[in-house]
Design a protein around this ligand. Structure first.
Ligand SMILES: Nc1ncnc2c1ncn2[C@@H]1O[C@H](COP(=O)(O)OP(=O)(O)OP(=O)(O)O)[C@@H](O)[C@H]1O
Length: 267
């Protein structure tokens, strides 16, 4: 059982319970090192944004959090990453189960070439989460409701997921992640392929979801980080330069490099 006592730090607001943490995380792609000992504590039921210039290692770090980097042959991860008290790189950890607990939403919406219903039902089925058809229908409906999509598409559940608009497809992918009851949802630039209206809907959804899930989002948009996240980590050249409350990072950054990045001097 995880210790839920808020952790006190020098910050004005006491820190919440930590859901995931990285300590001394290093990543190599073959001979090239992409992360150089990253430490980050991710608070429960908060949205944490990872920001920084292109190539600084944001997506690499995000992918470490559910061992998505395991799928890249030349990628070697070092250091420690914990979900609750468990080191997720321990050889005893079941990676399929880990990825259900720590779900992921990608840059480009990627629904399966199946019906809307099947897109959601697939995960609960392979994880054996539903007893029968009624149970499955409930999971599908409630996942679509939580993703704010049900009312728009309730008469089209048998139609292909790929026939939805880009924004609807991305919310379908979020519903698919939710269907297996994750604790953490990782989002890698989830709005980069969406128009401003679809982006606003996904951002609203992210804000609602943090009541029940811990969210980590990679974004290139500082406005988006400011709008959706409570905490922000600024990455630069494979390190975290600064991490803290989003408001503090954007109004009174402690490091000159953060200041330069948020004021558009580089990146
Ligand atoms: N599959 C891979 N094989 C080899 N090198 C990679 C791979 N993925 C990332 N890298 C390298 O690792 C470094 C960090 O990349 P990463 O994609 O994590 O950065 P990022 O901050 O997310 O960048 P961007 O904002 O452009 O998406 C870069 O130098 C990149 O070229």
């Amino acid at each position: 059982m995880q210790d839920m006592t808020p952790i006190k730090t020098a910050e004005a607001t006491p820190r919440r319970a930590i859901k995931m943490s990285g300590k001394g995380v290093t990543v190599h792609y073959g001979a090239k090192q992409a992360l150089f000992g990253v430490d980050l504590a991710i608070e429960e039921n908060q949205v944490t944004s990872l920001i920084g210039p292109s190539g600084c290692g944001k997506s690499t770090f995000l992918r470490c959090l559910n061992r998505m980097n395991d799928t890249i042959d030349i990628c070697k991860v070092g250091g420690e990453i914990k979900l609750g008290d468990t080191n997720i790189y321990n050889s005893k950890v079941d990676v399929v189960e880990l990825r259900a607990r720590v779900g992921m939403v990608f840059q480009k919406p990627n629904p399966f070439p199946k019906s809307i219903f099947e897109n959601i039902a697939y995960g609960p089925r392979i994880h054996g989460l539903c007893r029968d058809k009624t149970d499955m229908e409930e999971v599908v409906v409630s996942s679509l409701q939580k993703a704010g999509l049900f009312d728009e598409i309730k008469d089209r559940l048998d139609e292909p997921g790929t026939g939805l608009s880009g924004g609807q497809q991305q919310r379908l992918c979020i519903a698919r992640a939710i269907a297996v009851s994750p604790e953490v949802i990782l989002m890698d630039e989830p709005c980069s392929a969406l128009d401003p209206i679809a982006t606003a809907k996904v951002e609203e959804l992210i804000d609602e979801l943090r009541e029940n899930y811990t969210i980590v989002i990679v974004t290139h948009s500082m406005q988006q980080a400011a709008r959706v996240s409570q905490r922000t980590a600024f990455f630069h050249l494979g390190n975290i330069v600064e991490e803290g409350q989003t408001e503090q990072i954007f109004t009174t950054p402690k490091d000159q490099r953060t200041q330069d990045y948020i004021t558009g001097r580089f990146g």
